[in-house]
Design a protein around this ligand. Structure first.
Ligand code: HEC
Length: 192
């Protein structure tokens, strides 16, 4: 019995080497295209949920979507290897604060959020400690829909609700076309 287990374990460990070699690491092109599709899925679901909530119960109702539904949609589009989130130079939620690398990209995007009619994107492949092996960002320009909660003149009721949830809110005062922030997608396959 014991012998059989060892034999099976040995067989597995021998097998796992060629199996690993058979699935080569994804190319940068493949990673970028996966990151783009994640941004599209996350951004699309979020905007839909936001519009539906505002239609149903106004902006104060929409705050709930951004407050609880956004992290849920982000989590459902993430898995062991992939994560998707949002960041900004002026965050509403301090949990969304950028890393050093992200901040540098945001500063560049802030000068030019769009290029050839598309949000600016950037990615990095890295072997440095503390950096994900692959990281992708895509600019989020401010749209009309965003101004009710991120613009210059915010309804007092909305303002009060935001102040209650986010005492350190920095994410107001934006105009349409300004860089509001960026989507961040990281890829970090488990090393097991
Ligand atoms: C109904 C109010 C509301 C509207 C409308 C709204 N947001 Fe937000 N936004 C929020 C709230 C609340 C948060 C904080 C979410 C959290 O806790 O992670 C937030 C966070 C964000 C963040 C993450 C960075 C940060 O500041 O913490 C980005 C990026 C963002 N919003 C972009 C947008 C864009 C782009 C639009 C328009 C398409 C938009 N928002 C419309 C309420 C709103």
């Amino acid at each position: 019995m014991a012998k059989k287990t060892i034999a099976a374990a040995t067989l597995l460990s021998i097998l796992s080497i060629p199996v690993m070699a058979q699935s080569p690491a994804p190319t940068t092109d493949e990673l970028v295209s996966e990151a783009r599709s994640k941004v599209k899925a996350f951004g699309g679901s979020l905007k839909q949920a936001l519009q539906a909530a505002i239609k149903e119960g106004g902006l104060t109702n929409g705050i709930g979507v951004c407050n609880t539904v956004a992290p849920e949609i982000a989590a459902s589009n993430s898995n062991e290897a992939w994560t998707i989130s949002r960041t900004s130079l002026k965050v509403r939620n301090p949990d969304n604060a950028p890393t050093e690398w992200q901040k540098l990209q945001l500063l560049a995007m802030d000068k030019q959020p769009m290029k050839n009619g598309k949000p600016v994107e950037v990615w990095q492949v890295s072997e440095a400690a503390g950096q994900p092996p692959f990281q992708y960002m895509s600019a989020i320009p401010t749209q009309e829909l965003c101004l009710g909660c991120h613009g210059k003149s915010i309804d007092p009721g909305v303002k009060a609700k935001l102040a209650e949830l986010y005492p350190n809110d920095q994410a107001t005062g934006f105009s349409a076309g300004d860089l509001r922030g960026a989507f961040v997608v990281t890829y970090q396959p488990s090393t097991k």
